[in-house]
Design a protein around this ligand. Sequence first.
Ligand code: GLA
Length: 370
Amino acid sequence: MRAVQSVTARAPGRVNLIGDHTDYNGGFVLPCAIAYETAVRARPEESRSIRAESPFGSASFELAAMPSTRKGDWSDYLRGVIVELQRAGVALRGCALEVTSNLPAGAGLSSSASFEIAAALALLGVGGASLPPLELALLAQRAEELHAGTRCGIMDQFTVLHARPGHAILLDARSLSFSYVAVPNAIRIVVCNTMVKHELSAGSYNQRRSECEAAAAILRERYPGAAQLRDVSMEELEQARTTLPPLLYRRARHVVSENNRVPAAAQSLKNADVRQFGELMNASHESLRDDFEVSCPELDLMVELARDLGALGARMTGGGFGGCTVNAVPIEEAMAFCERIARAYRSETGIAPDIYDGTPAGAARVARDG
Ligand code: GLA
């Protein structure tokens, strides 16, 4: 009999070019994967437990007695993935997982979705099972929502599983229909890490989502067809402005305007109109900063520096409250830009930022070892 081999699954992080806080409102996003990833190696064991060693610590779960309570750390994602795989009817086998990563955690580059997907692919692979990518993306999203407590949208898990090198994904987060958009050779995507993490971010993220739902509920009284903010046009929002408390109006204005910017940005990439693309990125940042209030001084500073240093467009990316900016930089200036922005941010804040190449990378994959 052939011995069961160990497998290694690799899942990238992602950077969202434009379209933040739109996915859970049923809207559009334009993310791509990056060449930084989480790797999970699964070695089969003659046991009914899953043991994991990671840079964040170790964890162990008995498959027959999965705990249902949150620990409030990285192991919640693994527990969530195991429980959701079991609920999906996947027969898991005992194994030892070894987690490694060169993707910064908590930096808005989707380290959680990357880990969820890498862990799920490794657990499936070592048991000789597989799931279709869309099913797996939805499963990982449930793991995060139900077991780690973030009511996230589908963007991150979807991107990790559907990414294509050199391309961004224009995703309709409601219908889940998508198309690939090539990133023009004239620009380099550069990601700048402010190195700031705001601990409150999961609570604030869920709060934003609730505010969006509250705004949609009020707007629905006037526009019964508006299931989500995605269904409201800017004109309709303006007409209903006085029915909304000012804060909810601003939250909705971000979502509605951002939702308009995403297809326009995809079109400008297709037209290789990188200037227009950059302008849309800039407008997105302003909206996230002023209307949605998910930026922070360090992100605003990084964006300002980028624009001064020649970026065509610069914006915070992902959930916000710290983390990274994404920048569209003319290709011939990219090297100098990276050096200059690192120096400038450090001299303003005393913090040395990490700068990453955001060139769009490929999707998650799993391979037998050896
Ligand atoms: C996080 C969530 C995503 C999305 C972004 C903001 O990354 O996981 O679903 O909502 O924030 O765009």
